[in-house]
Design a protein. Structure first.
Length: 74
């Protein structure tokens, strides 16, 4: 008998907490720079978070990120 672990199935579970936070800020209409200031990060770090979000969720635009944030309840 073997135990099999499965990966999270929801999109939100795939995102790290800071990625979720960045996504919330962008969905609220903040710019990358505003998001960086709110999170205490550099603009480049926020850009990296958002690139990872796009890759993980297979989305290409800010509009899609906003829609996904709303869908996920972020």
């Amino acid at each position: 008998m073997s135990l099999t672990l499965t990966a999270p199935t929801t999109e939100a579970a795939v995102l790290a907490p800071r990625e979720q936070e960045a996504l919330r800020h962008i969905a609220a209409g903040r710019t990358y720079l505003q998001t960086a200031r709110h999170m205490g990060l550099s603009k480049h770090t926020v850009d990296a978070y958002l690139r990872r979000i796009r890759a993980k969720l297979n989305i290409n635009s800010t509009a899609e990120m906003t829609r996904m944030a709303i869908t996920l309840g972020l």
